[in-house]
Design a protein around this ligand. Structure first.
Ligand code: CAA
Length: 288
């Protein structure tokens, strides 16, 4: 069942999305632009579906605000061990809301810190899997790249088409795409705006797996369930350590990894995991 998060009102949205209002979910979530649910055997997977289909899930300010609220709620929910973020079959997200940006001036962007709340998802400790069907363009591609794992549906398309609008990626596209696929392809995508297919994205290392469109979300949930069955605290350490690889030198990163590895020995779950192996039984992690 939907988890009925955040009774948001329009007053909480400084920049309410204009034309393409899509009503809330039949499942009962109180959000306007997203649907939330809990999946998995023990409801241990938080599912967030971007749900602004008439605008191909363009990421207006209100949508990002709701996304952040849902992420926070799942982050605090002790039952949830991993999160899946998805969109619709036609679009994961077609980018930042161009209609919202059209009349913005430099002064507005600078003084309001435009898009600065987008990267909240990168500070979530629980692993987040993006399940991308259809278009992941501009900010949509950037949002997927802020997640920890990307699964793609067979018809997914990724692009950074900002150049065609006379601007450049503004939510990490030039940085995360380059780290994911290397300079030549990133440069080509950012300079031409050309889209790449799911297959090309997999070959380039942007996504880890491809599934038929209708199986994608279930497969992402299955992966999330697997992650959620491990210790949450140890998963958070593993995620922190992998992410450090994008921020640090090899020496610094290895040092951090070693400290986090040693830190696992301060937890009950490390003891339980190794004891369960020795006793030939399944580990029973308590997130302690
Ligand atoms: N912002 C606002 N509205 C959008 C949108 C966006 N990024 N993308 C699509 N829409 C709207 C369209 O305006 C249209 O609304 P109306 O019915 O009110 O006209 C509706 O969604 C359906 O779109 P189309 O009619 O264009 O659908 P299509 O199937 O013909 O084309 C598409 C699909 C190729 C994805 C096309 O919509 C498109 O090119 N969208 C824009 C993609 C883009 O440039 N994204 C980058 C945005 S900039 C950015 O993201 C900056 C950043 O780095 C953060």
């Amino acid at each position: 069942s939907a988890i009925g998060l955040g009774l948001l009102t329009a007053t909480l949205r400084p920049n309410t999305c204009s034309s393409s209002y899509s009503p809330g979910s039949p499942g009962g979530s109180h959000f306007e632009y997203i649907i939330t649910d809990k999946k998995g055997k023990n409801h241990n997977v938080g599912l967030i579906q971007l749900n602004r289909p008439k605008a191909l899930n363009a990421l207006c300010d209100g949508l990002i605000t709701e996304l952040n609220q849902a992420l926070e709620a799942f982050e605090k929910d002790p039952a949830v061990g991993a999160i899946v973020l998805t969109g619709g079959e036609k679009a994961f997200a077609a980018g930042a809301d161009i209609k919202e940006m059209q009349n913005q001036r430099f002064q507005d962007c600078y003084s309001t810190g435009f898009l600065s709340h987008w990267d909240h998802i990168t500070r979530v400790k629980k692993p987040v899997i993006a399940a991308v069907n259809g278009y992941a363009l501009g900010g949509g591609c950037e949002l997927a790249m802020m997640c920890d794992i990307i699964y793609a549906g067979e018809k997914a398309q990724f692009a950074q088409p900002e150049i065609l609008l006379g601007t450049i990626p503004g939510a990490g596209g030039t940085q995360r795409l380059t780290r994911a696929v290397g300079k030549s392809l990133a440069m080509e995508m950012v300079l031409t705006g050309d889209r790449i297919s799911a297959q090309e994205a997999k070959e380039a290392g942007l996504v880890s797996k491809i599934f038929p469109v209708e199986k994608l979300v279930d497969e992402a949930i299955r992966c999330a369930e697997k992650i959620a069955s491990n210790s949450k605290i140890i998963s958070a350490m593993a995620k922190e350590s992998v992410n450090a690889a994008f921020e640090m030198t090899l020496t610094e990163g290895n040092k951090l990894e070693k400290k986090l590895f040693y830190s696992t020995f301060a937890t009950d779950d490390r003891k339980e995991g190794m004891t369960a192996f020795v006793e030939k039984r399944k580990a029973n992690f308590k997130d302690q």
